[in-house]
Design a protein around this ligand. Structure first.
Ligand code: PLP
Length: 362
């Protein structure tokens, strides 16, 4: 009994992946123990991690001069790790396009205030409630910044930047809610990071993809566990990693390969998003305020013209077996997160429900 789940994260995981994990849970490959119970230093477990890394490299076409790390602390701890590794007395540029990039700059400012360097707000979409990105002509870019940070997909506001901005410094991107959703050119980035609990697997794991020349610059007070160079040396095992989440990420990568890879899933994601936005745009009952060229293909927030009906919408959708459609409290209304593991059929079911609901109450 599994229902359409539109959670923003932790998000739905393909049923076949969970069934396989269940199948392997008690006795992994005839070894008589679970992956969860293995030493992270064992040959078997190392093979599990190497497989996952090889798969991610192939799925994202990651160039050889990038290291891939499987760490803990979520994407949020990377908000600290980034300035601690890369600011180092310099100046960093941050673009704010929503709640998450806003949190990233706030965390960097804490280190700037301690004298670690300077943090510069390039531009913010705050004035239009993060429904649009200020045009690049209005950006206040620094000369020779240590890096430029932005969030490719704002999970709460449903705003996605599809092409990396053209800047002359290393780009650091929070891809938590868009990684693996469509092809990206990794070589355009200095560093990419993503919490796992949307398109990769269970929470407890964050993936960092970092260009080699950015290693080795950490400040003296960077905690060892957050030091990228150290974690590269230790192959993400400075301490005990999130072993089970890492293993499960590998199973999700198997599934993604079976689907045909990122380009194929990207087309389906576009189809899913188009169906939902069309339904919203073709009705005066539903609304999505985000500028069309920045509308997220992963998180679709929408409001009802009469917001006194929100509660009824959520009650009835849940009764119809459509889970987790409540919007984030900062934005209100509803939000449908339609990550890789959400099939087109679930979106079709949601759209039918929305149309019926409008007929009934509109
Ligand atoms: N960045 C984005 C875009 C997110 O959507 C989230 C979480 O939902 C985070 C960062 C924070 O991730 P975590 O909870 O793994 O720290």
């Amino acid at each position: 009994h599994r229902l359409p789940n539109f959670s923003a994260g932790p998000a739905t995981i393909p049923t076949s992946v969970l069934a396989r994990a269940q199948d392997e849970l008690l006795d992994w490959e005839g070894r008589g123990l679970s992956v969860m119970e293995m030493s992270h230093r064992s040959k078997d477990y190392i093979a599990v991690t190497k497989k996952a890394e090889t798969q991610l490299r192939a799925l994202m076409d990651i160039p050889d001069n990038y290291k891939v790390l499987f760490l803990q602390g979520g994407a949020s701890l990377q908000f600290s790790a980034i300035p601690l590794n890369l600011l180092n007395g310099g100046r960093a540029d941050y673009l704010t396009t929503g709640a998450w990039s806003g949190k990233a700059i706030k965390e960097a400012e804490r280190y700037a205030n301690l004298g670690l360097g300077e943090v510069n707000l390039v531009a913010t979409g705050k004035d239009n409630n993060f429904t649009d990105v200020p045009p690049k002509s209005e950006w206040n870019l620094s000369e020779n910044a240590a890096y430029f940070h932005y969030c490719t997909n704002e999970t709460i506001h449903g705003l996605q930047i599809f092409e990396p901005p053209q800047v002359d410094v290393p780009i650091i991107a929070d891809m938590s809610s868009s990684i693996l959703s469509q092809p990206v050119d990794v070589s355009k980035f200095g560093m990419i990071y993503a919490g796992a609990q949307k398109n990769i697997g269970p929470a407890g794991l964050v993936i960092v993809i970092i260009r080699e020349d950015l290693l080795g610059q950490a400040s003296a007070w960077c905690p060892l566990l957050l030091n990228y160079e150290h974690q590269v040396e230790k192959e993400s095992m400075s301490n005990t990693p999130a072993t089970y989440s890492w293993y499960l990420a590998g199973l999700v990568f198997d599934w993604l390969e079976e689907q045909g890879g990122v380009a194929v899933i990207g087309k389906i994601n576009q189809q899913k998003a188009a169906l939902l936005y069309e339904t919203i745009d073709n009705s005066a009952f539903y609304d999505n305020p985000v500028a069309h060229n920045y509308r997220s293909i992963m998180n679709v927030p929408f409001t009802l013209a009469d917001n006194s009906l929100d509660k009824v919408f959520l009650e009835e959708s849940e009764k119809a077996g459509l889970l987790n459609l409540k919007g984030h409290r900062d934005v209100g209304g509803m939000r449908a997160s339609i990550y890789n593991a959400v099939p087109l059929e679930w979106v079709q079911q949601l759209v039918s429900f929305m149309q019926e609901f409008e007929k009934k109450y509109g």
